[in-house]
Design a protein around this ligand. Structure first.
Ligand code: PBG
Ligand code: ZN
Length: 324
């Protein structure tokens, strides 16, 4: 195939021709919308580091879940901000915690909306790390015990999918067997398998009040330089019984998404994180970028890299736009 016999522009000439050769699709069915749940009532407060995203109290969940369900977004992922923090994050496994109440409310009003609960402790501990600390070091196995308590409490509340995000070793195996032993065989696990220690989580940590007071998360989250390690993590989580594997963040790790989607036969999720959202939003708010076009291009790039589903703060606006 050579010019002048072959002219690629021939198939780009009209909208119809371009549609015919489109290789990647982006539809609402691939999106998962993150929600921040806070204690209190009648709260719908914009998050300053993430314009367009809100802190919601549990009583807002009925309206919000109906709105999301009507937009045909299949799933939400919940993050909780507790009333009280302590050294181990025990609010996380309180059967009457904000997440447990939010799960019950959403399932009551929109039973078909898939509810995913992020299971971690950084929002719940007074030091801001993702579990139990021993002299500044995250104690893996002690944190795992609490993760099991938390997962069972979410399962009891009626969650569809548990998404443990703390990068603890063995979390998929331990959660799976605890769920199965307690007759929650139907609850799925979305594994944050390749989660990198990333500065792109900055706005989320403001929103979730989960910045570590001392140190960072490099002792448990992955080094940005590594891709073989991502495959090892994916392989482990797959053998431990994960139903979905995730790469996070998405944009600086599109190559990781590509490799993971080629290597794994499980569905692959990618998390288009808070900093990726905030960066586009901020530039668009200054008039420097066309918001809708960069959102489409961004989400499409994550699908093109190989993600089957995308966790994204853009989900609601994108779905509204597709609807009209
Ligand atoms: C909690 C958690 C984080 C995110 C999802 N779950 C933050 C972190 O690891 O510090 C980040 C999500 C985002 O930035 O949008 N472990
Ligand atoms: Zn955490």
């Amino acid at each position: 195939m050579q010019f002048p016999d072959y002219r690629p522009r021939r198939m780009r000439r009209t909208v119809g021709l371009r549609r015919m050769i489109r290789e990647t699709s982006l539809d609402i069915g691939s999106l998962i919308y993150p929600i921040f749940v806070v204690p209190g009532t009648k709260i719908r407060q914009e998050i300053s580091s993430m314009p367009g995203q809100y802190h919601y109290s549990v009583d807002q969940m009925a309206d919000l879940s109906k709105e999301i369900y009507d937009l045909k977004i299949p799933a939400v992922i919940l993050f909780g901000i507790p009333q009280n923090k302590d050294s181990v994050g025990s609010e996380a496994w309180n059967d009457n915690g904000v997440i447990q109440k939010a799960i019950r409310t959403i399932k009551k009003h929109t039973p078909e909306l898939v509810v995913i609960a992020d299971a971690c402790f950084c929002e719940y501990t007074d030091h801001g790390h993702c579990g139990v600390l021993d002299n500044g070091y995250l104690n893996n196995d002690a944190s795992l015990e609490n993760l099991i308590r938390t997962s069972l409490s979410y399962a009891k509340a009626g969650v569809d999918i548990i998404a443990p995000s703390g990068m603890l070793d063995g979390f998929v195996a331990e959660c799976r067997s605890a769920l199965d032993e307690n007759n929650y065989t139907q609850v799925a696990i979305m594994a944050y398998s390749a989660k990198y220690a990333s500065a792109y989580y900055g706005p989320f940590r403001d929103a979730a009040m989960s910045t570590p007071h001392e140190g960072d998360r490099k002792g448990y989250q992955m080094d940005s330089a590594n891709v073989n390690e991502a495959i090892r993590e994916i392989t482990l989580d797959t053998s431990e019984g994960a139903d979905i594997v995730m790469v996070k963040p998405a944009l600086a790790y599109l190559d990781v998404i590509r490799v993971v989607s080629e290597e794994s036969d499980l569905p692959v999720a990618a998390y288009n994180v808070s900093g990726e959202y905030a960066a586009l939003r901020a530039a668009a708010d200054r008039g420097w970028l066309d918001y809708e076009r960069v959102v489409d291009e961004t989400l499409l790039s994550i699908r093109r890299a190989g993600a089957d589903m995308i966790l994204t703060y853009h989900a609601k606006e994108f779905a509204k736009r597709m609807d009209r």
